[in-house]
Design a protein around this ligand. Structure first.
Ligand SMILES: Cc1ncc(COP(=O)(O)O)c(C=O)c1O
Length: 483
């Protein structure tokens, strides 16, 4: 049996390692990743677990290795995905959360975290314009979308909580063609099937508009479907577009559709008065996904589902054979578990509460506004550079562009290869997506510590890598597989 007592010296060492890693992550001259192919990394890591175990010094070595090869998602050259940045108060909250290891089902085992989550949900609902609402922190934006669909299904098809979907009905979900893939997963999970997700075409700015929704709805009905939920996106994954929430809210109300707004990516913009106009019509919607682990830089996972009204979540989710855990007493009204699909649920409230307390509404609004300014800066940079091409009009915090290639070089294949070069060298991490014009480098602004100099540095590295790659480009023209 191993001795499990803590060792202050080891703890101090781990804190030192973490501190070094944070400093390295903030230093633009360190690589954003020490990249190795999976087979190589596997050899380096030696991941076998021996029967006799290891001592704590060996554990420290493993932690060092983990940190060495981890992607520095708070690094100024990390522009890759819809999460990242380093949020110190939230990080402290995450540490304390792990330390106190508890579950969110009852007030009894998580008194402070429960009250914090309730306070946060109330605060977030305050931005929606609803008279009342409830919310819950779930395991990611995808799951918030899925649970919104489930609630809509149960509300719109009476009895389906207990008996499933009534026979003879073909429920359908209306979403923008640029909505997140979690809509498909959600439809699969709630038992209506992915084919029941009807994709509504978007306009030239990637926005779903009222007329297109009307047409898609009419067609779905003519095809024998019963649409029951309309999902708009507040910040699409690829182009950061905001659907015309107000226009389609009215349509949803008139046609008895649940209206869910997926603000997983752009939702936090609502904190800034300057960008609240993007959410016009949210007050008429039924539910809202808001992912603080994206634009508020809270460590993964931190995702809220907010639902209009007082009891919908609890009524449509709760099951009744749970008296081994939920007891009637003076604090049971505070239990959050009945309104959750999970039993054990980690504490995601502390880190968000601490960060929000630290920055305040104004601090967060400034952070977010700074990011919108930087998106404008990047857009202008691309527009003013002869070798770069903007692939989509910038809508919010996603800047889509590519390197222009000379005649005879496949522009998609080149840009894809260029992106991998940047990762291999550790110069930058930036992702790509496929847009109507082709493969697009998608630069995401979400780290509020970024400066214009950081972005200049990124573009310099991007261009230098492109010029170098051009010299080496001798491959025959091949189309990228994923296109
Ligand atoms: C618009 C949108 N919705 C939902 C999600 C899913 O969020 P999560 O990654 O937290 O599951 C994403 C993720 O990028 C997203 O961009």
């Amino acid at each position: 049996m191993k001795n499990n007592t803590t060792d202050k010296a080891v703890l101090a060492k781990v804190f030192d390692l973490m501190n070094d890693w944070i400093l390295e992550s903030q230093n633009p001259d360190t690589p954003v990743i020490d990249y190795h192919k999976p087979e190589e990394l596997q050899k380096i890591l030696k991941l076998n677990i021996s029967p006799e175990g290891a001592n704590i010094d060996e554990i420290l070595v493993e932690i060092q290795k983990y940190l060495k090869y981890a992607v520095k998602t708070g690094h100024p050259a990390y522009l890759n995905q819809l999460f990242g940045g380093f949020n110190f108060p939230a990080f402290l909250g995450e540490l304390v959360t792990a330390l106190t290891n508890t579950s969110m089902y009852t007030y009894e085992v998580a008194p402070v975290a429960t009250l914090m989550e309730k306070a946060l949900m109330e605060k977030m609902i305050g931005y929606t314009g609803w008279k009342s609402g409830t919310g819950s922190l779930l395991t990611g934006g995808s799951n918030t979308n899925m649970v919104a669909m489930l609630l809509a299904r149960n509300v719109k098809f009476d009895g389906s909580k207990m008996n499933g979907i009534p026979s003879g009905v073909r429920p359908a979900v209306l979403v923008s063609e640029r909505s997140h893939f979690s809509m498909l997963k959600g439809a699969n999970t709630i038992g209506i099937g992915q084919n029941a997700v009807i994709k509504v075409p978007v306009d030239e700015n990637g926005r779903m508009r009222g007329t297109a929704v009307q047409n898609a709805f009419n067609k779905a009905v003519a095809d024998g479907y019963t649409p029951f939920i309309l999902c708009t996106t507040a910040g699409t994954t690829e182009t950061g577009s905001f659907d015309a929430i107000n226009e389609v809210s009215d349509f949803a109300q008139t046609n008895n559709l649940w209206h869910h707004v997926d603000g997983s990516w752009g939702g936090s913009s609502i904190i800034s008065k300057k960008y609240q106009h993007l959410f016009l019509g949210l007050e008429k919607a039924d539910s809202f996904s808001w992912n603080p682990h994206k634009l508020m830089n809270i460590p993964l996972i931190c995702s809220a589902l907010l639902v209009k009204g007082n009891n919908v979540m609890r009524e449509e989710i709760q099951s009744y054979d749970s008296d081994y855990i939920y007891h009637s007493n003076d604090n049971s009204d505070y239990d959050l578990g009945p309104a959750s699909l999970q039993c054990g649920r980690r504490v995601d409230s502390l880190k968000l509460w601490l960060a929000w307390k630290f920055y305040g509404d104004e601090g967060y609004a400034k952070r977010i506004e700074h990011l919108y300014d930087l998106a404008g800066y990047c857009t202008t940079y691309v527009e003013n550079h002869d070798d770069l091409e903007l692939l989509f009009p910038t809508q919010s915090l996603n800047v889509n562009f590519r390197f222009r290639t000379p005649e005879g070089i496949d522009v998609d294949a080149f840009n894809e290869a260029l992106r991998y070069k940047l990762i291999e060298t550790g110069d930058a991490m930036v992702n790509y997506c496929i847009l109507p014009k082709g493969l697009s480098i998608r630069l995401v602004l979400l780290n509020p510590d970024l400066t214009q100099e950081d972005l200049d540095r990124f573009y310099n590295r991007f261009l230098n890598a492109a010029y170098l790659l051009l010299k080496q480009w001798q491959k025959p023209v091949v189309k990228v597989n994923s296109l």
